[in-house]
Design a protein around this ligand. Structure first.
Ligand SMILES: N[C@@H](CCC(=O)N[C@@H](CS)C(=O)NCC(=O)O)C(=O)O
Length: 219
């Protein structure tokens, strides 16, 4: 299957990792957010990444892609059937897409995407305010959510882990690493998640790409 986008976006990384954790081969087609080419707009009418083509079926939006993949490839289960476990899984997925990445996006766009990729100055004060006023509460919430646990929901790996790890990974391209001194359980949890091959592969490529652009623009 083809997934269009850049995994620096948490939504794209979430869809790619979800597919790879299902054992599917993903061809990532590099596509910038807002790409206006007609072929891309045919599968993502509003230009958002990710979008997917699987055989002759096209679909945009990470949540739609993930629901499609879970139905088509139920093994391994990544969205539990149990009512409470499913509710908790979707809670963490939404938390990642909204609360975590709302703050992460402010840091990422103003410190990385704008200045490095788009050649526009970022709003440094907005990024600093998000890091100072919103980021600590998110880390504190996640610290208690993973304390004494290997996974966010139940005793197995789910979409909750993929979504939260992906939102954190994108945010961490633009802010300090999570130090074990301040958040020992979250640091341990994140290390374990990021060591999974699907995450590790993407993060290595993303870091390499950001470093290359940084060197090119001299930032
Ligand atoms: N609800 C969408 C959100 C996707 C999204 O916001 N993607 C951003 C990149 S992080 C984008 O493509 N923005 C381009 C635009 O809105 O023009 C999903 O889950 O896929």
């Amino acid at each position: 299957m083809k997934i269009y986008g850049s995994t620096i976006s948490p939504f794209v990384r979430k869809a790619v990792v979800f597919a790879e954790e299902k054992g599917l081969a993903v061809e990532l087609i590099p596509t910038a957010p807002g790409d206006t080419t007609p072929a891309f707009r045919a599968i993502s009418p509003f230009g958002q990444i990710p979008a997917m083509v699987d055989d002759d079926f096209a679909l945009a939006d990470s949540s739609a892609i993930i629901a499609y993949l879970e139905a088509k490839h139920p093994d391994p289960v990544l969205i539990p059937a149990d009512a409470q476990a499913r509710g908790r899984t979707i809670w963490f997925d939404e938390l990642a897409d909204t609360v975590i990445f709302a703050t992460g996006r402010t840091m990422l766009f103003n410190r990385v995407v704008g200045p490095l990729f788009r050649g526009v100055p970022g709003d440094a004060a907005a990024a600093d305010a998000a890091e100072r006023d919103q980021w600590p509460a998110i880390l504190a919430y996640l610290e208690q959510a993973v304390t004494g646990r290997d996974f966010l929901v139940g005793d197995g790996f789910t979409l909750a882990d993929i979504a939260v790890t992906s939102a954190l990974a994108s945010s961490l391209h633009a802010t300090a690493p999570i130090e074990a001194a301040g958040h020992p359980e979250l640091a341990r949890y994140l290390d374990t998640m990021l060591a999974r091959p699907a995450f590790a592969r993407r993060l290595e490529a993303e870091r390499g790409f950001i470093a290359k652009v940084r060197a090119k623009v001299g930032a």
